[in-house]
Design a protein around this ligand. Structure first.
Ligand code: C2E
Ligand code: CA
Ligand code: CA
Length: 762
């Protein structure tokens, strides 16, 4: 019998050993704990075997002690396993700093028993017909050890039962299996531990295999099915399975909704989505994935459809499944995003970047075609926007865009490349100047309240694409440069960029570059042109700027002022000339000549860049001069551009003692109406007005009338550009008594002026 038992135990050792070996190869989280549990189980069996076969009492005693120590640790690891197995963090619930010392002390006491036998002792018995065995006699101390064991088991069982009741139903089986085995093991153990033949050891083997099996091998089929079902059920893609005949075996919630014949998307052949899928499935040999367009009413539905076929080991078709993803929203969003990134939201035209990109492609794709890049720029758009509100501004832009989109024939690409700037790419052969010439103010004002009477026109700049490799944005710049040359001009609407313009622009850029140093190095000078009575006696002078360039010599303001008006540098010049004028007036005052005035020019741009009012107030204060000796020439253009503000400014300046002249009256926008609303001190008329006229007599009559009228309004007139005696005669006859012009004197340096007028006087 002993032999048989020994053989069984040896077999048990081999079996557990085998599972320990297998556990080492497992990669699951619990593998370590399972391995440790099994190892101590193996130790238990080993010493049980030794205690069985040995004849030496001391060896047997020692074997038992090792058995008990091992059972401490096996149960400890069983607990760890149980807690880990139900998915709870062991460390959170088990205080190892209590448990480990308790187990260590217990193990030590059990080992001590080898010397003092206070827990248990051995007694030889004869069983099974005289075979010698060692039987255990235990003292009450043994129950201390035993209680620890029972506690560990109870904790394990609590964990497993807890898991059983809280886990999904399919896991219960696994937990219950281990719980049942553990309970059984414990019960057998209670009854047999002291008997000479400890059959509980067989229970350890069963438990070891059970743990291994439950931890690593067993996953219930149903669980798997249920899981797969859950996974597919709530997916936001349609999944459905077809049998070999194309009949639907399974479909998830999403697919049910999508395939519902009432609302299912249909293709252009009026097939429902499911019919289409079936047809493809039954015809198609291979699996596929593709994007398809379907329709739900008028609405486009974009679907990404994937078919997979399922075959068995022998490559026989078992069925197939479709995965369908509705990409409509995604793709529409993408389209929307693309649209927003490439189009101007106000007009729906391409934005600058996209215009340039598309235009570039056209120019490259048609190397034989000659192209124009045309830019249109709405005149004084900033003023329209500022004075009448962005709503009207926006409407004007939409109208402009609509005209380009709907009425302009032959354009290949159209875009809005700046706030009021549109760009067009057009084959040269399609260009028809009449379209732009015929654009009327009312076209721009379409849909806008009639009360709005500001004239709206656009300027057109054209660049002929001669250098095809240039970036399109540079082509646009060139077209816009052409516009800049006619911005100031009331008559020209269309300008071409050409080599002359390019040369001009280069020169302009040089001027701008050189200007930095010009002020510093004293190259900018104030000249004075006398203003006199009819007999030539001096009244005052107009300050006119001159640039003495170290390389280019004298540059006339006609050349650089328009350039600096465009980029705003003009206000630096004006600020400088005004200061020179004030300095001069102070010097004259000190000479006792404060009867002579200087009038200075104010550019329309100064109002943007300077606080004109404060600048003048500060200057007369700084130089301690009479404001009336500093006359201010404001052009009527500057006034029209921002009427209300200018009227208010003029009033304030006059209240502070300045004399305000309206410069260049008659050369620009002139309206007699304006004289009614604006109170200026002096009207300045340029004789160029007469020169330009076709019918001189008629113009003379108008001049006569204007002078008469302004005299009646108490507004003296000064004429400039007077070149001949006849002119002087005529002008004085019709009531003008102040003159400025070559007939009397050209502009001259301050030194010359003083020499001529002050020294002569003496
Ligand atoms: P403007 O204010 O109308 O100045 C009068 C222009 O007519 C001056 O030209 C003057 O030299 C010229 N002129 C005077 N008498 C005669 C004449 O009998 N016949 C002819 N054909 N021309 C005559 P200038 O100095 O070349 O200035 C041209 C324009 O440049 C000025 O026209 C003015 O608009 C602007 N400008 C000149 N200096 C300044 C300045 O300091 N600031 C600003 N903002 N503009 C200035
Ligand atoms: Ca002037
Ligand atoms: Ca003038």
């Amino acid at each position: 019998m002993k032999l048989l038992l020994a053989a069984i135990l040896t077999l048990a050792l081999l079996v557990i050993g085998f599972y320990i070996y297998k556990t080492r190869k497992e990669e699951k989280v619990l593998a370590r704990t399972v391995g440790q549990t099994l190892f101590f189980g193996w130790v238990i069996v080993l010493f049980n075997l030794i205690s069985l076969v040995t004849n030496f009492e001391r060896v047997c005693l020692f074997a038992y002690s090792m058995y008990f120590v091992a059972s401490d640790w096996m149960l400890y690891y069983l607990l760890r396993f149980s807690i880990g197995y139900i998915g709870v963090d062991f460390r959170r619930y088990v205080k190892r700093w209590i448990m480990l010392p308790v187990l260590a002390v217990d193990s030590l006491l059990v080992l001590l028993n080898n010397f003092n036998r206070f827990m248990y002792d051995l007694r030889p018995v004869e069983l099974f017909g005289g075979e010698a065995y060692w039987e255990l006699t235990i003292s009450p101390f043994f129950f201390g050890h035993y209680a620890i064991n029972v506690l560990l088991v109870v904790f394990s069982l609590i964990a497993l039962f807890y898991g059983t009741f809280t886990a999904p139903v399919f896991y219960r089986k696994k937990y219950l299996t281990i719980a049942a085995m553990t309970t059984a093991l414990m019960i057998i153990n209670v009854f047999t531990v002291t008997s000479a033949v400890d059959i509980s050891v067989i229970g350890y083997v069963v438990e070891a295999i059970g743990i291994y099996y439950c931890a690593f091998v067993y996953t219930p089929q149903k669980l798997l099915q249920k899981m797969l079902f859950q996974v597919t059920k709530d997916m936001t893609v349609a999944v459905f399975v077809l049998d070999t005949d194309g009949k639907r075996l399974y479909s998830n919630t999403y697919a049910d909704a999508l395939l519902n014949p009432e609302t299912a998307p249909r293709n252009t052949g009026d097939e429902t989505l499911e019919e289409w899928c079936q047809a493809r499935y039954l015809n198609e040999e291979e699996a596929f994935i593709e994007e398809q367009f379907f329709y739900r009413g008028d609405e486009e539905v974009i679907l990404k459809i994937q078919l997979q076929r399922m075959v068995d080991d022998k490559n026989l078709l078992q069925g197939g499944y479709f995965v369908i993803q509705d990409q409509t929203e995604e793709i529409n969003n993408l389209k929307k995003e693309q649209y927003l990134a490439t189009h101007d939201s106000l007009t729906g035209l391409y934005n600058k970047e996209y215009f340039c990109e598309v235009a570039k492609r056209y120019i490259e794709r048609y190397p034989e075609t000659e192209f124009y890049v045309i830019c249109t720029d709405i005149k004084e758009f900033k003023i329209i926007n500022d004075s009448f509100g962005t709503q009207i501004g926006d409407q004007i832009l939409r109208n402009a865009a609509r005209m380009l989109k709907e009425e302009l024939k032959g354009a290949v690409v159209t875009g809005r490349i700046g706030s009021d700037v549109f760009a067009i790419l057009m084959p040269k052969g399609n260009y028809n100047e009449l379209f732009f010439r015929n654009q009327k103010s009312k076209d721009f004002l379409h849909g806008i309240d009639k009360a709005f009477s500001f004239p709206v026109v656009s300027h057109i700049g054209i660049y002929e694409v001669t250098e095809r490799d240039l970036p399109v944005s540079v082509m646009c710049d060139r077209a816009r440069m052409a516009i800049n040359t006619i911005k100031e001009d009331y008559h020209k609407r269309i300008a071409y960029y050409d080599e002359k313009l390019r040369a001009e622009i280069v020169r302009e850029q040089e001027l701008i570059k050189d200007f930095d140093k010009a002020l510093e190095h004293g190259q900018i000078k104030m000249f004075l042109q006398p203003q006199t009575t009819v007999d030539g006696s001096l009244l005052g002078a107009e300050a006119l700027v001159r640039w003495c360039h170290p390389e280019k010599g004298w540059i006339s303001p006609g050349e650089f002022i328009p350039v600096f008006e465009r980029n705003g540098l003009i206000s630096d010049i004006d600020r400088f000339v005004w200061e020179q004028a004030c300095k001069q007036l102070k010097a004259w005052k000190e000479m006792g000549r404060d009867d002579v005035y200087i009038s200075v020019n104010i550019s329309p741009r100064d109002f943007y860049f300077l606080n004109v009012f404060h600048t003048f107030i500060d200057l007369v204060e700084k130089y301690d001069i009479e404001p009336k000796n500093l006359k201010l020439e404001i052009t009527e253009t500057a006034i029209v551009l921002d009427f209300n503000r200018q009227v208010e400014l003029i009033t304030r300046l006059r209240k502070n003692g300045f004399v305000v002249e309206m410069d260049d009256f008659g050369s620009g926008y002139s309206s007699l109406n304006m004289l009614k609303d604006i109170h200026v001190d002096i009207l300045k008329i340029d004789m160029a007005f007469l020169k330009k006229a076709k019918d001189e007599d008629r113009s003379k009559k108008i001049l006569q009338m204007v002078i008469g009228l302004s005299n009646q309004l108490g507004m003296p007139v000064i004429t400039e550009g007077v070149e001949s005696e006849e002119q002087v005669k005529f002008l004085s006859e019709i009531g003008c008594d102040m003159f400025q012009g070559y007939y009397f004197a050209k502009p001259m340096s301050v030194e010359e002026f003083e020499e001529r007028y002050f020294l002569l006087d003496k």
